[in-house]
Design a protein around this ligand. Structure first.
Ligand SMILES: NC(=O)c1ccc[n+]([C@@H]2O[C@H](COP(=O)([O-])OP(=O)(O)OC[C@H]3O[C@@H](n4cnc5c(N)ncnc54)[C@H](OP(=O)(O)O)[C@@H]3O)[C@@H](O)[C@H]2O)c1
Length: 305
């Protein structure tokens, strides 16, 4: 049985990582027999329900991996309608299409659904209390998927970076080579996620799903909400220190409070997520953020990015 897999937002950070990994030759057996459809806004605007339904039906899609989103957190405060369309309405469209085709929907969400006032790593079942337009719209997207899709995996992630697109790692790496000093907030705590690691985890989940379908296994697949970031905890300041050390290493990185760095959107001050559930359910091992950052710098050197 052949699996037809749709990857939306394929030109974004996570979508590009998935594309890169899935195009490598020696993919797992499960993926060898899969047809992969990579789309971004130009090929398939996921805010268009008719287009989504038609694409999924015509191509007999059995797995949808939604990497598309409106991710400009500060700009979202000025563009709430557009943000809502992409982050809330589009997941609803995908969930509807997935249900009609009995497809699995893997949808990506965010630590910004939490207010960040908790003292302990967030569990999947903890109360969501988003404080920004981005966070509110992503929470609504989760609700739509949970309500409408029969087969879904929602993965909340945080502080995503990749060799593709723009992100904190690239910005600090560049600035640390241009400036004698940098100030970075030390009172926002979380965990970075290397998109390669998240993409590997998604591939593993898909492989387990494909194997289950191919073997016609009656075992219940562990659908539901999960957390995924790298292991460990740090502030943006700690993260920046390591990025600078891996870059030019001549720049002084100085800690400042968020008060000195006002942003349009409110950020959760503490958004560490508990990843026990995903590790146990899918037997996934997660690397520490420092190890993954090293891999990132090695990979951009090798690939000349
Ligand atoms: N980046 C982070 O730090 C972070 C943190 C936590 C969670 N997440 C979540 O992780 C997921 C992946 O994030 P990412 O950083 O890889 O995102 P990204 O780099 O911003 O990529 C998102 C992609 O979605 C596309 N897109 C936007 N509107 C669309 C539409 N209507 N139809 C189809 N495609 C559309 C974008 O195209 P255009 O560029 O043309 O708009 C872009 O290629 C998202 O769900 C995000 O919310 C990200």
């Amino acid at each position: 049985m052949v699996s037809n897999i749709l990857i939306t937002g394929a030109n974004g950070q996570l979508g590009s990582e998935l594309k890169f990994l899935l195009r490598r030759e020696n993919r797992t057996t499960a993926f060898k027999s899969a047809n992969l459809f990579y789309t971004d806004q130009e090929e398939l605007d996921i805010t268009d329900l008719k287009a989504v339904e038609s694409f999924v039906k015509t191509n007999s899609i059995s797995i949808i991996i939604n990497c598309a989103a409106y991710t400009a957190v500060d700009r979202a405060e000025d563009e709430p309608e557009l943000c809502e369309k992409v982050n809330s309405l589009a997941p609803r469209n995908l969930a509807k299409a997935a249900k009609d085709s009995e497809a699995l929907l893997i949808h990506i969400s965010t630590d910004y659904v939490f207010d960040g006032n908790g003292p302990l790593p967030y569990k999947e079942s903890d109360t969501r209390e988003p404080k920004s337009v981005y966070g509110v719209t992503k929470a609504k997207g989760e609700d739509a998927v949970i309500k409408l899709a029969d087969r879904y995996i929602i993965i909340r992630t945080s502080w995503l970076y990749s060799k593709y697109g723009n992100n904190f790692v690239k910005t600090i790496s560049k600035l640390s080579c241009e400036k004698p000093s940098l100030t970075v907030v030390f009172d926002q705590i979380g965990t970075p996620t290397h998109a390669t690691d998240l993409a590997e985890a998604i591939i593993e989940i898909c492989s387990q799903y494909i194997t289950k379908i191919e073997k016609k296994s009656q075992a219940q697949f562990p659908y539901g909400v999960y957390h995924y970031s790298n292991e460990g905890v740090c502030s943006w300041y700690d993260f920046a220190l390591d990025i600078a050390a891996n870059s030019c290493n001549e720049c002084k990185v100085l800690p400042v409070t968020s008060e000195k760095f006002p942003t349009k959107a409110k950020r959760p001050p503490y958004s560490v997520m508990d990843k026990s559930k995903i590790k146990k359910s899918f037997a996934i091992t997660i690397p520490h953020w420092r190890e993954s950052l090293k891999h990132y710098f090695n990979s951009i050197e090798i690939n000349n990015y």
